[in-house]
Write a protein that binds this ligand. Structure first.
Ligand SMILES: Nc1ncnc2c1ncn2[C@@H]1O[C@H](COP(=O)(O)OP(=O)(O)OP(=O)(O)O)[C@@H](O)[C@H]1O
Length: 266
């Protein structure tokens, strides 16, 4: 089993602010992690680091067997599938969905003059079908609903057959149906032995797809808890992480959390 991520005492500072504070974390290739934490906890900073977009201020970040700072990030990035709101914003609204996906082969957003062969197009088509977006092939990105856009972005992030898939808040902005559809897609991905290691950022325990194996909780740049899902997903850890007394339930592979009220005490 190979190690996909190996962070040792990683700190990221910007001016006076400490965005990540001595984070140590290891991810193996068959693991599926969810990163939970409140707004501003450092989740996006952590996955930007893991996708080789930023460097640590101190500490060592090992990604896919390379050490950040000693490797050309342009060699590393194609090995990592990454979706985020920031990536989505860069996709031209008049781009055809098929081109949004296929252009990931070149690590670009927006087709220009690159050449793609039939195999690339076949793969893009197959990935869109896999995420339930096969019918969107000839639509333009700008005409899609938010849920459809998320699916297309996941297909795009899988285009290069990455060794690590990082999804930063893929359920943000989705309605209940859209979220549930996305959780189903993610459940299929999580349970496929051929899928790469997956890191999913979320604010909500309700979005954790069954089949996810591990959780890491962040607050103010520090790791509050990390490890196997069943051990880490406790009301106590969530309470510590979100700074509010929370109750946690688990049913049919899905978690739900809400504030503990006076009625629940004693
Ligand atoms: N360049 C910067 N200079 C100073 N502070 C920054 C900078 N970039 C980010 N921050 C701060 O770092 C903290 C962590 O940001 P980050 O985006 O990683 O959090 P997050 O957990 O992803 O938040 P959210 O859930 O709201 O998206 C935030 O308080 C943010 O304001």
């Amino acid at each position: 089993m190979s190690t996909v991520l190996e962070l040792a005492d990683v700190t990221v500072r910007r001016g006076q602010a400490t965005l990540l504070d001595q984070v140590s974390w290891t991810v193996q290739e068959d693991e599926r992690w969810v990163i939970l934490g409140p707004n501003g906890a450092g989740k996006t900073t952590l996955v930007q680091l893991c996708s080789a977009q930023i460097h640590p201020t101190s500490g060592v970040a090992g990604i896919l067997g390379e050490v950040l700072g000693t490797v050309d990030v342009f060699d590393l990035r194609p090995r990592i599938g990454y979706t985020s709101a920031a990536v989505a914003e860069r996709i031209p609204r008049d781009e055809l969905v098929r081109d949004v996906v296929v252009s990931a082969s070149y690590g670009v957003v927006g087709r220009w003059r690159e050449h793609y062969d039939e195999l690339d197009h076949d793969r893009a088509r197959a990935l869109l079908v896999e995420v339930g977006a096969g019918k969107l092939l000839d639509r333009t990105f700008g005409t899609l609903s938010e849920g459809e856009r998320k699916r297309v972005q996941i297909a795009r992030s899988l285009m290069t057959d990455p060794e690590l898939l990082i999804l930063d808040e893929p359920a943000a902005g989705l309605d209940l149906g859209g979220r549930e559809d996305l959780v189903s897609t993610m459940t299929v991905l999580a349970n496929d032995a051929l899928s790469p290691a997956i890191v999913l950022v979320s604010h909500h325990v309700e979005e954790i797809p069954p089949g996810f194996t591990h959780a890491l909780m962040l607050r103010e740049g520090r790791v509050m808890a990390q490890g196997p899902m069943a051990e880490v997903m406790t009301a106590q850890n969530l309470t510590l992480t979100f700074g509010m007394s929370l109750m946690l339930t688990y049913e049919d592979g899905r978690y739900a959390a809400r504030r503990r009220t006076r009625r629940h005490v004693g």
